[in-house]
Design a protein around this ligand. Sequence first.
Ligand code: GRF
Length: 203
Amino acid sequence: RRVVVLISGSGSNLQALIDAQTHDELGGEIVAVISNEPDAYGLVRAREAGIDAVVLPHREYENRDAYDGALIKVIERHEPDLIVLAGFMRIFTPRFVQRFLGRMLNIHPSLLPAYQGLHTHERALADGVPEHGCSVHFVTEELDGGPVVVQAAVNVAEGETEETLKEKVHTREHLIYPIAVKWFLEGRLRFTAEGATIDGHPL
Ligand code: GRF
């Protein structure tokens, strides 16, 4: 089974997936990593792991639709079973989402449906919530709104800063993302009209 990973930055989640693959725990192979940012460190991680690293800079396209069209082509060239968003900082056109509906996962740094969008750690801290975390979800047209697959929660400690909270959540992201990818590649995790299911049971 074939996986394409989309990134824009550091790629620490990509690294967690690469490490899982190295240990034969991913259930498939990352066949390409695509970044819209030429300087994304994740590209280095991909190359070091011997994975095809592709740069597709959005600045070279006239509009969102033209970019997404080009991205569809690059992705499909690699014939993936699953598309994994790992810090890909762009909003997709409906056409793009429809094309890969049910076979595209994202990880978001909050306990969805809380804190969709950006600056999640900062907002959680400002609200003084006792718990924060991360969620893997299927991508639908609603931004950060698709069916949730798996979440990990962390306690917000006394004196927690944005940096410490972000780091805590990141360690959980690296734990849950490879698991969700494996479930999907093994055919256990599915996207249905009613939502996500695991082994036929609603999540
Ligand atoms: C993560 O916080 C993830 O939840 C969000 O983007 C960030 C990517 O981090 N979608 P990294 O590039 O994987 O280190």
